[in-house]
Design a protein around this ligand. Structure first.
Ligand code: ADP
Length: 255
């Protein structure tokens, strides 16, 4: 259905944990420049699928393609270099670091780290650091968090943390971004702001895949939406289409 327009594709993904089948032949396609949703009851396999797409986990069967390349065996940093990245929740450890430090940690190469750098290398490292700080500042300015640059990430509200997660991923300048529950723990006003920011980024050419439980955000942003249940794609379509599908309602009630 998405065919040649797809930038990211999963083809027949299977993941087992021992005897338990977490993903059972999942195939889906994310449109270039589009915003695709992934929903489903708890335990459906959404996180496992995200890990397979982002390169944090390996599938037992199936293939992942990004922009025409087979990336099935490519680790996360290799995918990031191609322009595919994902958000992560701010862990306890990262919560103790400042907002700015969180962004600088996300920056890709730290040349010379761990070895005594030669003088010319020092200059290069410094230039890279200055670039990273400039990029971090521009991003934090955009989302209104620059004034909190030196605050510990833990001091942020739920919504501000989600914006920080987004900015961390944006440090890598992705073309396609997988968002892990961008509205979780966020008050409704900020959910709207996060949605607006995602739309703005889409207007700049970025594509998205979003795992989310907040159906208002899914309805406002995503088309198509894939519904996962028990490790399989139950159906996909517009919000209107999936909302009218009784099998979708049943999957949520029966979970
Ligand atoms: P969702 O994100 O949709 O809630 P998950 O992908 O987290 O679903 O989990 C899908 C199923 O796989 C769940 O039943 C979960 O318990 C199981 N699962 C996930 N990760 C592991 C693991 N590392 N070991 C064993 N079972 C796992």
């Amino acid at each position: 259905s998405v065919g040649r327009d797809a930038i990211l594709e999963a083809d027949g993904i299977g993941v087992r944990f021992g005897d338990f089948v977490a993903l059972d032949g999942v195939s889906l396609a994310f449109r270039r420049g589009g915003i695709t949703g992934i929903v489903g009851p708890n335990g459906a396999g959404k996180t496992t699928l995200f890990n397979v797409l982002g390169g944090q986990a390996r599938a037992g069967t199936g293939a992942v393609r990004f922009d025409g390349a087979d990336i099935t065996a490519l680790p996360a940093h290799g995918r990031a270099r191609l322009g595919l990245t994902r958000t992560f929740q701010i862990s306890r450890e990262l919560g103790a670091l400042t907002v700015l430090e969180n962004l600088l940690l996300a920056f890709p190469r730290q040349p010379g780290e761990g070895v005594l750098p030669a003088l010319f290398q020092k200059a290069r490292v410094r230039r890279a650091e200055e670039e990273a700080i400039a990029r971090a500042r521009a991003l934090l300015d955009r989302v209104g968090l620059w004034r909190l640059a030196d605050a510990p990430a833990d001091a942020l509200s739920g919504g501000q943390k989600k914006l920080l997660e987004l900015c961390r991923a944006l440090m890598l300048e992705p073309r396609f971004l997988l968002l892990d529950e961008p509205a979780a723990g966020v008050n409704p006003v900020l959910v709207g702001e996060i949605g607006d920011f995602i739309r703005t980024l889409q207007g700049e050419g970025m594509g998205f895949g979003i795992v989310e439980h907040n159906m208002d955000l899914i309805a406002a942003l995503c088309d198509p939406i894939y519904v996962l249940a028990e490790g399989r794609v139950l159906t996909h379509g517009s919000f209107r289409e999936i909302a009218a599908n009784t099998r979708v309602t049943e999957a949520y009630l029966g979970g």
